[in-house]
Design a protein around this ligand. Structure first.
Ligand code: CTP
Length: 475
């Protein structure tokens, strides 16, 4: 690329404003990091721009704000010596160039002012250390002391310094290396990869929030298995998701084996990633079999069994979400539900009856499509005949879901006869009988004995009430 091309990365008028501000303050400044990398990779318009100032990043941010229309508010993070402002939908992050030395115990750096070169040295990867000058005398010049551009072309993740230094400065970078490799489909250079293996246990000092940010980015990549197999290979996975590590391996007893549920899981995650971008459904795919490790048994008659692994797995989801500080809200409940129900459509596919489909829709509710997507992704057989047969069966289930739902509307099931009406009809106070009648109505609808309609349900209520010895006061 020529110098001209780099100037085209700085078309946004905000860069000229920053340039003006820096010359007012007589300091140098550069665009650095992800913005430059993604411009060269043509990854679309970035929303975050990192600016490094040789001097005070906070002063520069304030001067930029002064020159911008509307004088956007500057948020200052004194401890880190950084400042942020928003302009035209873009977040500008300002930092003073630094020479950092991190303490062994935490990733909080002891910051010293430094030159641009010092700052580039202390960045994570060569591809993230590219700096574009915003100084008036050489606006648009690329400063690439570690051949980051060549690494972008060769698709290589490499640290600017000895990787042991870069990773022990900030162990999160080990995860970032894997995340970038996965997102960009790059290779991690051998020395950097070996350093991750050597330093893996240092990931323990990183907060769960930051780990989860990276995991989410890996999960949202096109082929997430690439990231998870790297996490496995480097020995990071046991510190992050031991539940997955426990799925690895094939046992043999009396000549009987079971599949390796770790590699199977990764295939399921890749499969589902072809059909959905929903982060939580991808999490569900990742965790759908975690209950298989603690429930694995060998039975002389049945062979390998994983009895109730869906139930056990859904309980493990809660513990795992809590440990990693993932949200304990409806997202977690969704993942739990998917894990709990992950075998339901499979059982169903062998015999698709109306009542079984009604129950599936009733139990999965609004998530029935997501559940079908998960179950289809779970088909990883390498036998093409079986593969086609399973998919065809699921198509039958899907067709039946549409047909049954159109007719019976059980997805957002509301009892057609309310508890109050049951109480009034039989002149009851709140009591067990009401629950019994309500349940019986629901069961009759799900079994297809009566349609999901008021008239039929009312009639059924009267019959059921009579059957348990209640007298109707009102008909
Ligand atoms: N950086 C670093 N070490 C870290 C985090 C960040 O050296 N642990 C540097 C890198 O130069 C990086 C820049 O800070 O490019 C900005 O970090 P961040 O916004 O987290 O990442 P981006 O590279 O912008 O990429 P993405 O937005 O995809 O996370």
């Amino acid at each position: 690329m020529t110098k001209q091309t780099y100037i085209s990365a700085l078309k946004n008028p905000v860069f000229r404003t920053i340039s003006k501000a820096s010359s007012n303050l007589k300091l140098e400044c550069y665009v650095i990091g992800g913005y430059v990398r993604d411009f060269i990779l043509d990854r679309g318009e970035a929303k975050d721009i990192d600016i490094v100032a040789v001097g005070s990043g906070i002063d520069l941010a304030e001067e930029v704000s002064r020159l911008l229309p509307g004088k956007p508010k500057v948020s200052i993070f004194k401890t880190y010596g950084t400042a942020m402002l928003k302009s035209g939908g873009i977040e500008l992050e300002f930092v003073g160039a630094r020479k950092e030395s991190y303490s062994e115990e935490s990733r909080n750096p002891a910051v010293e002012n430094g030159t641009l070169e010092d700052d580039q040295n202390r960045r994570d990867f060569t591809i993230n250390a590219l700096a574009l000058s915003l100084n008036e005398e050489n606006f648009g010049t690329m400063l690439d002391p570690f051949n980051g551009i060549e690494d972008l072309q060769k698709k290589i993740i490499r640290t600017p310094l000895d990787p042991n230094i870069t990773f022990s400065d900030d162990p999160l970078r080990m995860l970032r290396a894997i995340r970038f490799a996965t997102q960009l489909n790059f290779n991690i250079e051998k020395k950097s990869l070996e350093a991750i293996e050597r330093n893996a246990q240092r990931i323990k000092i990183i907060t769960n929030e930051r780990v989860v940010d990276e995991l989410n980015k890996i999960l949202l990549s096109e082929v997430p298995s690439m990231g998870f197999s790297l996490l496995h290979k480097t020995g990071l996975l046991p510190f992050i998701l031991p539940e997955l590590v426990a799925l690895q391996g094939i046992d043999e007893k009396e000549g009987q084996t079971h599949k390796d549920n770790f590699w199977h899981t990764l295939e399921v995650v890749d499969n589902i990633s072809r059909t959905t971008d929903d982060l939580w459904l991808r999490w569900a795919a990742l965790l759908h079999d975690i209950g298989k490790a603690p429930t694995k048994r060998f039975d002389k008659k049945l062979g390998w069994t994983f009895h109730a692994h869906e139930f056990v797995g859904s309980k493990m989801v809660f513990k795992l979400f809590k440990r990693l500080k993932l949200p304990l809200n409806d997202k977690m409940k969704f993942v739990q539900k998917m894990v709990l129900m992950s075998s339901r459509p499979i059982v169903l596919a062998s015999e698709v009856t109306d009542s079984a489909v009604r129950r599936l829709i009733f139990d999965a509710g609004e998530h029935v499509e997501a559940l079908m997507t998960l179950c289809e992704a779970d088909i990883t057989t390498k036998n093409p005949k079986k593969f086609n047969k399973y998919h065809a069966n699921f198509q039958l289930v899907r067709d039946k879901i549409v047909e049954v739902e159109e007719r019976d509307h059980v997805r957002n099931f509301q009892p057609p006869v309310s508890g109050e009406e049951i109480m009034e009809t039989f002149n009851l106070k709140p009591s067990r009988e009401i629950g019994i009648i309500k349940d019986a109505i629901k069961e009759a609808i799900l079994e297809g004995e009566i349609p999901n309609e008021y008239e039929a349900a009312h009639k059924f209520m009267l019959q059921k009430g009579a059957a348990i010895g209640l007298k109707a006061e009102k008909k």
